[in-house]
Design a binder for this molecule. Sequence first.
Ligand SMILES: Cc1ncc(C[n+]2csc(CCOP(=O)(O)OP(=O)(O)O)c2C)c(N)n1
Ligand SMILES: [Mg+2]
Length: 378
Amino acid sequence: MPVEPVYRAEISRVSILDEHGRFDGALGADLIPDADVVALYEHMLLCRTLDEIAFKLQRSGRMGTYPQNMGQEAASLGAAYALDRRDWMVTCYRENAGLFWHGVPPELILLHWMGDERGNHIPADVQATPISIPIGTQMLHAAGLAWAEKLRKTGAIACTFFGDGATSEGDFHEAANFAANLDLPVIFVCQNNGWAISVPSRIQSSAPTFAQRGLAYGMESIQVDGNDLFAVVYVMRDAIRRAREQSRPTFIEAVTYRLRDHTTADDARRYRDAEELAAWEKRDPLVRLRGWLESRRLWSPDQEAAAKERSQSEVNAIVARAEGIAAPAAGDFFNHMYAELPDELRRQRDTMRTSSLGQDPSECSREPSPPPSPAHAH
Ligand SMILES: Cc1ncc(C[n+]2csc(CCOP(=O)(O)OP(=O)(O)O)c2C)c(N)n1
Ligand SMILES: [Mg+2]
């Protein structure tokens, strides 16, 4: 019996605008109209400004822990640009740029990180789920949403985002298995930023690419320079076509890097080399896109200065809106779980912030009961 190969595979990597400013005219021509590239660049600038201001809000005690998105803007924005408004964006916490483009009001995301769960209340006409902090749960939601859209024949698809670390969670494997075997119109975008907090991706996976994890489930899988907006749009369009026309999933590994700490509770200098960071700063998606615009005389220093000023005032207005939302009444905590509040919880609500929390108010006014006799004391 001869031994012969039964399966061979290859993972391609797509790059259109590289870190040295070289542009692949064959793939990149007519991909994005110039006016849209300008709008996308301005949007990235706004998101980066928001990221910097959110960091300062955390440092000055006006916001809780915050995960900076800096350096990863192109991946989610390129994806959101390629998607329709009817499609679902099912994200974790480093996709502000894509979420805002898709229509999520930025003040909601700030509200979330300010600790107000109403920040998770996405407007009904925006197809996005609340940002997922538990690692990996959202991929299953995306598979479910894609399945529902398929059964309803709406033509809408789902696109989910997660990190390199999330691919080690069981949830990812369940979602990928469902998506591939039930022919679901879902796109898995893995933002491989090299790290899961302090765990480098080489410990997360001993395979040379994360895209192979999609391949293992029988779905089309590809790697893309995640800091190259053009390349992300290119691979997304291909994946969207596959999802809409063939109801098949795609795994996209977007190689990127977070240029800041994991969150404001982290200090990446303790585990990352300065040289590694410096190398990735040169691949910054904003710098790269600005270079492209300037080389085509679509952007000038004056426009840059004006856009920066606009971003500042827009972000100030976003922060004012987030901080201007009145704090919820403490009782709301109890009010939205049950149609009729159980007695025990009603007692807790009525006695909260008193020294008799949870006791029957009618009994609270009685004389305190005598101390237990020594025979019953422990
Ligand atoms: C289920 C679960 N386990 C652990 C954590 C703690 N945690 C928060 S972020 C993170 C690392 C995630 O790494 P990755 O998926 O690569 O995303 P990145 O933060 O790099 O974008 C971990 C372990 C969590 N939030 N949820
Ligand atoms: Mg990561």
